[in-house]
Design a binder for this molecule. Sequence first.
Ligand SMILES: [Zn+2]
Ligand SMILES: [Zn+2]
Length: 332
Amino acid sequence: MQENYKIGGIIYKNKLCIILGSEIETSEINTQGKTGSAHNLCYFPYLKDIKAFSKEMQNHIKNITLSSQRANISAYELIDIVEKYNGVLIPAHAFTPHKSFYGNCTDRLEKIFKEKYSKVPAIELGLSSDTFLADQISELEEKTFLTNSDAHSLPKIAREYNKIKVADISYQELMKAIRREDGREIVCNYGLDPKLGKYHRTYCEVCNKRIEGPAPVTKCDTCDSRNITMGVFDRIEIIKDKSKTKSPDFRPEYKYQIPLTFIPGLGGKTIDKLLDTFETEMNILHKLSFDDIEAVCGEKIARNIIDAKEGRMQISAGGGGVYGKVCKTDTP
Ligand SMILES: [Zn+2]
Ligand SMILES: [Zn+2]
């Protein structure tokens, strides 16, 4: 493993580029004068940069060695520290209810970043939203959308991912793609159907149930309580300023995928067997035919994988921290 001294990133076996980064929680004052928290992805080109950044952040974070500690500064201040060490700041899972800008702090990123808003090149959509939902907010028209997996464990890596056009693997090339410079770009966003995300619809914390019904749902339809966890779908309905989704011309295709762990009938052993044979989940979900899969794990499972891929499964939406579910439809 070695550092790419000219253009950033850590290169492994000439095939893999690791981008150095940190997710920082900032403190924002919302319109009611209350404190909200938002997560920020901070990416850096070189080890020396992220080390110096980390050192400076010790002034703003107690217990910096624990994960998810909140910094006592706002993103408006954080972005300057990130840039001082040659990094880039991108709002993380921008719509989730507890720890994000739109979910917890503001209806407009411009109110947070003010004259620095143009320095933010992209937002991370998060699992409960997609391009079509986010493109109902006009201040996002210039921003690139990232479908990162936000994986907190190894098997969840690539449950969402970006297909990126670059000339080589490096930090510099990735940043060019995010900024859509010199022909570099994100060519496809692969993501969950947002209904599968943990925070898609509003959830009543008193009745412990997800609330259906036309968005935006802002209180429980059973107990009338406003002790709810707002769904991403409901939140976007409140803050959107376009009546119809109109994506800018550069916006790449958003391809839905249902990860193997969501597909009915697929246990750990079968998934291991599939991965041993076909190497990656991307291969299994997007490249293989029914016959390829059937040869390894039988007709029933192959049918479920292909049905999920081709949109023939029903999805019951997630909410309140519980993922959505994939169910088989009755049609043969
Ligand atoms: Zn986060
Ligand atoms: Zn209720």
